[in-house]
Design a binder for this molecule. Structure first.
Ligand code: SAH
Length: 256
C-alpha cells in the first residue's frame, strides 16, 4: 500500500508501443552529442538511445526500482538515481551543452519546462512527451486560448513544434488524458533586449488575470504604465507576441 501511494507521485505511465518510442528517439535533430533522458522507467525509449554512437547518453530516474531494472537490463547505461528538479544540471556533462529527451513524468511537466527556460544557455534541444494539453499550451501562438506563460517564455528562446499526438491506450497504466510529443530547438536569440527578470514578471502578471486587459492585469506590478502603446494596453496577455511583451518591459523599466 505504501509502495502504491509513493509511486503515485512518480507519474509513472510506461509506454508499451515501441514504434512510438522509436519515433520519439528519431525526432532528435542531434544538436549536441550530450543527451539526458528524464525518467527512463523501464527503458522503452532508452533502448533506442543507449547504443547510438552519436550520443554521450545519460539518464536520471527517481524511482529506485526502475534504476535497479535499468542497471540490470542496460549494464552500459549511465543512470543517475535522483530528482531531475534538484539535479545540478551543469555538473552532468561538465558544463557542456546537452539535449533533453523523455516521456516525462506528467506531474512535473511545467516544472521541467521552467527549468529548461532557466537553463536555456545549456540546453539546445528538448524532445519529449507531455500530456496533450501541456504540449498544446507550449506550442500555442498569440491569439490562441491556450497561449500562456510557458508559451511566451519558451518561444522567446526556442522554436517549438508540435510533432504528434499519442493515445492513452499505448501506456501502462493508461493515463486519463491524451499525450503529445513536442520539439524545442534553441533559436538565435542570446539576449531579449530588455531586463529579462522584469520580462518574466510582466508575462506572469499579465497572464495571472488573463481575461483582463493588460492595463488592469499589470496593476499588481505597481509600475506606472506611461508611454506604453494604448492599443497594447487594451489587449489581453493572450493576444500579445513575445516582441509586444519586450516592448512593454522596456517601457516599464524606464519607470523604475
Ligand atoms: N520513459 C518511461 C517512463 C515514463 S513514466 C516510458 O516511456 O515508459 C515517468 C518516469 O519518470 C517514471 O519512471 C518515474 O519514476 C520518473 N520520474 C518521476 N519523477 C521524476 C523526477 N523528479 N526525476 C526523474 N525521474 C522522475
Amino acid at each position: 500500500m505504501e509502495q502504491v501511494r509513493a509511486k503515485k507521485f512518480l507519474g509513472q505511465h510506461f509506454l508499451t508501443d515501441e514504434s512510438i518510442a522509436e519515433r520519439i528517439a528519431r525526432s532528435l535533430t542531434g544538436r549536441t552529442p550530450n543527451l539526458l533522458e528524464i525518467g527512463p522507467g523501464m527503458g522503452v525509449l532508452t533502448k533506442y538511445l543507449v547504443d547510438d554512437t552519436r550520443y554521450r547518453f545519460k539518464a536520471i530516474e527517481l524511482d529506485s526500482e526502475s534504476v535497479d531494472y535499468l542497471h540490470h537490463h542496460y549494464p552500459t547505461l549511465d543512470v543517475i538515481e535522483g530528482d531531475f528538479l534538484r539535479l545540478d544540471l551543469n555538473s552532468i556533462f561538465d558544463n557542456a551543452t546537452f539535449s533533453i529527451i523523455g516521456n516525462f513524468p506528467y506531474n512535473i511537466s511545467s516544472q521541467i519546462l521552467f527549468r529548461v527556460f532557466e537553463q536555456r544557455g545549456s540546453v539546445p534541444e528538448v524532445v519529449g512527451m507531455f500530456q496533450k494539453e501541456v504540449a498544446e499550451r507550449v506550442a500555442a501562438g498569440p491569439g490562441s486560448k491556450t497561449y500562456g506563460i510557458l508559451s511566451v517564455l519558451l518561444s522567446a528562446f526556442y522554436n517549438i513544434e508540435y510533432l504528434f499526438t499519442v493515445n492513452e491506450n499505448v501506456f501502462n497504466p493508461p493515463p486519463k488524458v491524451k499525450s503529445a510529443v513536442i520539439r524545442l530547438t534553441r533559436n538565435e536569440v542570446q539576449q531579449l533586449g530588455c531586463d529579462e527578470k522584469l520580462f518574466v514578471q510582466v508575462v506572469k502578471t499579465g497572464f495571472n488575470q488573463r481575461r483582463k486587459t493588460l492595463r488592469n492585469a499589470l496593476k499588481p506590478l505597481n509600475i506606472p504604465l506611461d508611454g506604453i502603446d494604448e492599443t497594447l494596453l487594451a489587449k489581453r496577455a493572450e493576444q500579445l507576441s513575445v516582441n509586444d511583451f519586450i516592448s512593454i518591459t522596456n517601457h516599464l523599466a524606464q519607470q523604475l
